[in-house]
Design a protein around this ligand. Structure first.
Ligand code: E4P
Length: 221
């Protein structure tokens, strides 16, 4: 399973990249707006930090303009992945961009049928939004499960399921159990995944017992 960081904050990527846990990054216009930074600079800096795909979202609504924006975003770095909304115009743009060799992440996916269309259009990734479905009383994880089943029925569909809008470690566990190919997660969720109260209390006891021995592992310290 690949892990992408869901952020437009370059420092967060820089802080996490040497953990070896970060396979890529996803941004969106709202995340970029929150930072107040220049979008193209942000994407360029992130692309230099990670080897994997960095999703940069188009903001046009007609497909030809989306393609123009996507091609322009792809000049920033080789690992830019063009993010396109799941509309009929977005699907046309996805087809045109992928035909021209540009990877596309189709975003704002809220139904299995939408995911099927994204795959047919040739998307590299489809991004079903788990948290936003949960927010309106639906079951976001059921969508991931449905898409997994549908894609597995048709091996010719090569689109990867990118579980997005992840809000908790519970979301991560369930997305992994279902078999999402990728999850994009906020840095806090990635850090929370490493935590367990028994790990903390166990470590505290090990360290106290070790200190009582008076020993040191590094003899020259
Ligand atoms: C990532 O590609 C999405 O834009 C992001 O996960 C959306 O998350 P949110 O629903 O928490 O805004």
């Amino acid at each position: 399973m690949k892990f992408f960081l869901d952020t437009a904050i370059v420092d967060e990527v820089a802080q996490m990249v040497d953990t070896g846990l970060v396979d890529g990054v996803t941004t969106n216009p709202s995340l970029i707006a929150k930072t107040g930074a220049d979008m193209r600079d942000t994407i360029a800096q992130m692309c230099a930090l990670v080897d994997g795909p960095v999703s940069a979202e188009v903001t046009a609504t007609d497909w030809q303009e989306m393609v123009r924006e996507g091609v322009s975003l792809r000049t920033i770095a080789d690992n830019v992945c063009v993010k396109v909304p799941l509309t009929m115009e977005g699907l046309r743009a996805t087809h045109a961009l992928t035909q021209a060799g540009h990877p596309v992440n189709v975003t704002l996916c809220f139904s299995a049928n939408q995911a099927l269309l994204a795959a047919k259009a040739g998307a590299s990734f489809v991004s079903p939004f788990i948290g936003r479905l949960d927010d309106i009383g639906l079951d976001g994880m059921e969508l991931i499960s449905d898409i997994r089943l549908i894609y597995d029925n048709y091996p010719e569909l090569e689109t990867e399921i990118l579980a997005a809008s992840i809000r908790s470690t519970g979301h991560m566990r369930e997305a992994a159990l279902i078999g999402a190919d990728v999850a994009t997660l906020p840095v806090k969720v990635m850090q929370d995944m490493a935590k367990h109260p028994l790990t903390s209390s166990g470590l505290e006891k090990f360290l106290a017992d070790w200190q009582a021995t008076g020993q040191q592992i590094l003899k020259d310290a």
